[in-house]
Structure formats: C-alpha cells, structure tokens
Write a protein that binds this ligand. Structure first.
Ligand code: AKG
Ligand code: FE2
Length: 358
C-alpha cells in the first residue's frame, strides 16, 4: 500500500445532527455511516462545526490562553497543580512527560467539578482559573458546548453502529455526567538542536477528543497503520509506534473544524472494531502554538463493557460470525481506569505522565 493512499482525514459535517427534521434524515444516515467508516479506518477525523459555533469563539479562547501564557512565570505558578489535587491547574514547560521524555509544552488542565471537593484525594480537587479577565466565563461556555457536542456525536456513532434505541440509551447513560477534561496547551518555539517532539506519541484513553488548534501547520501528526509500509518517518524521528507498520501524516487545522479522535473506551465498547490511534505533536515552527483539546469522557462510575450491538456489527463487518458474543476486551469502571492512569501523578515531585500504560 502506498504512503500516499490518503492525503487527508475525512471531514464530517455536524449540521444534520443538530436537528431532527425529516428532510435531513438522509444526511444523518450518511453522516453516521461516515463516522463509522472513519472510526474503523483511522480513529481520527475532522468535525466541521460551522453550523454549531462561530469561528471567532475558539479564536478568542486562544487569545485568552496566549494572554495567560505570556504572564511572568511566578504569576502562572499561582495556579500550579500542587496547590490542588496535582491534576487540576497549571503545569510548567517540560513538567509533563510522555514515553519517559519531557513534553515541550505548558498547559492548564480542568476537570469536571465534583461535589464535596477534597484536594487530598486524587482528581477530587477544584479547578484553578487564571485571573485573566473573561477567561473563566468564555471557557465555561466552550465546556458547555463541547459536552453537548459529545452527546451529539455519541448518538451519531450509535446510529453508525446500528445500535437499537435501548442500546443507544444504555451507551448515553454511561456519558451523561461526563467526567470531562479540558486542556489549554501552549507550545513555544523550540531551541535549535531540539528534535521538535513537543508531545510524545500516545493514544487518548477516554471516549472522544475534540481538538481545536490554532492555524499552525505540520504540528499534530497521526499514525496510520498500513501493513507493509516501511517508510515510517520522513523527519528522522524515532520509531515511537513500536513494531506496527504505518506512516505518520499531518493533521493540519482546517478552518471551522475540530479534529476528533476516539479514546481507548471506544476500543472496549466496540471490542476492538474501533481503534484509538497514536498521535504526537512535532512543533518546529517559530511561532507560539496554542491548542485546546476537550476530552469528552464517560461518567466517573460508568461500567464500560463491550456493547452487544457493536459485537453484532463487528461480526458483520469482519465476517467473524462464529465469534459473535465472545468479547475479547476486558470491561472497566472508567474512574478506576483513570485513577490507575493518572494516579501516579498524585505526588509532590517526580514525572507527570498522563499517558502511561497502566
Ligand atoms: O496539541 C495537540 O495538537 C494535541 C494534544 C494531545 O494530543 C493531547 O493533549 O492529548
Ligand atoms: Fe492526545
């Protein structure tokens, strides 16, 4: 298979999902089928949000982010992770680690607020907002919109899998109090001699990631599995993808779109029919890049298990009829899975690896 098999990930318009007009029914079916194909083939796609949000909205968020990242270090450290539960707050440049290597970015993490916060418990503290005027208000509007978008896309994916209404409801019940995460990331230009890997190769561990990024090109890269593809890298970077064969492609920002990728929970729900895909950030530009990933995750107490409807679809798609009903993937309680992933960051010092294999 040639490396040029795909020039760009598919673009799926959310417009038909925003209403239930009968005249849009056909478009909804087509968009759901496109979601299914994109999840089977790439685990990554673009969502066109022009019918849902004004382009100026995330641009304003990026402006606010730059205002914060431009503050003196001691100002930024006022909302440091260690003031809270070591998960919510600001991480300095190189504080996060992926694959044992420091990530060349700084960022602020926010999580779903919890009842009865207790910062002595992992993940159970309070969010820390920058003192930049308008920051909290504008980002809270974005969180609300991304949560609604999460449900919309989950519904579309359920349709793409051919789930029954009660199976769809069962799935939606697992995300209706999403333990979401929002990250605001700043990537400074790197000194010469740096390999450019600003965020090492990883899979997202949750459900759906909606990534808005500023127009910087050639930064986000996605690993496409292609058996037989030898050329794994044109930049002379290490083979971060282990033994798999494939190619790294750029997922450059497209105006009006977010990049969406599926996390490991979707691997469980579909028993591996959908695969969460490796990605990384290689920022070699001379500008300060900002990205804002929103992670739409299952409820903290969701019991995530292979969905009967997805097993049906898998058997159909893979002609493995004989295997129907025998899931290969283990079920997890999402909150337990998450704690195992990030719980080791619940320490005063030491590396903060959010994508470690648990
Ligand atoms: O900044 C980006 O483009 C991607 C960030 C990312 O993959 C993550 O935070 O999980
Ligand atoms: Fe990621």
């Amino acid at each position: 298979m040639s490396a040029s098999k795909i020039a760009q990930l598919p673009i799926i318009d959310v417009a038909p999902f925003l209403n239930d007009n009968p005249e849009d029914a056909e478009k909804r079916v087509a968009a759901s089928a496109a979601l299914h194909r994109a999840c089977v083939e790439y685990g990554f796609f673009y969502l066109n949000l022009d019918a849902y949000v004004e382009r100026s909205e995330p641009e304003e968020l990026a402006r606010l982010a730059k205002e914060f990242f431009g503050l003196p270090q001691e100002e930024k450290d006022k909302i440091a992770l260690k003031n809270q539960d070591h998960a919510r707050g600001y991480a300095r440049l190189n504080e996060n680690v992926t694959n044992g290597k420091a990530d060349a970015h700084e960022g602020i993490d926010f999580y779903r607020p919890v009842e009865n916060p207790d910062k002595s418990k992992p993940l159970w503290g309070e969010n820390q907002w920058p003192a930049v005027p308008g920051f909290k208000e504008k980002y809270e509007v974005w969180v609300k919109k991304m949560k609604v978008l999460g449900t919309i896309i989950m519904r579309g994916m359920a349709a793409g899998l051919g789930l029954t209404e009660s199976e769809t409801q069962d799935l939606l019940n697992q995300v209706d109090e999403s333990f979401w995460v929002m990250r605001v990331i700043g990537y400074p230009p790197l000194p010469s001699g740096h390999d450019g890997i600003s965020c090492g190769a990883h899979k997202d561990y949750g459900c759906l990631t909606f990534l808005w990024a500023d127009p910087t090109k050639s930064a986000l890269q996605v690993f496409l599995r292609q058996p037989g593809a030898q050329e794994t890298d044109s930049l002379g970077l290490p083979r971060e993808q282990g033994e798999e064969e494939g190619i790294w492609i750029n997922a450059d920002p497209i105006p009006g779109c977010v990049v969406c990728n599926i996390g490991e929970m979707w691997e469980i729900w579909t028993d591996g029919l959908y695969k969460s895909t490796l990605h990384r950030v290689v920022h070699r530009g001379s500008n300060y890049r900002v990205s804002i990933p929103f992670f739409f995750e299952p409820n903290f107490d969701a019991f995530v298990r292979p969905l009967p409807g997805a097993l049906r679809k898998k058997a159909l798609d893979t002609a493995e009829k004989s295997k129907e009903g025998e899931p290969e993937r283990k079920s997890v309680v999402y909150g337990e899975f998450l704690l195992a992933k990030v719980g080791n960051n619940f320490a005063e010092d030491g590396p903060r690896d959010r994508y470690s294999e648990s």
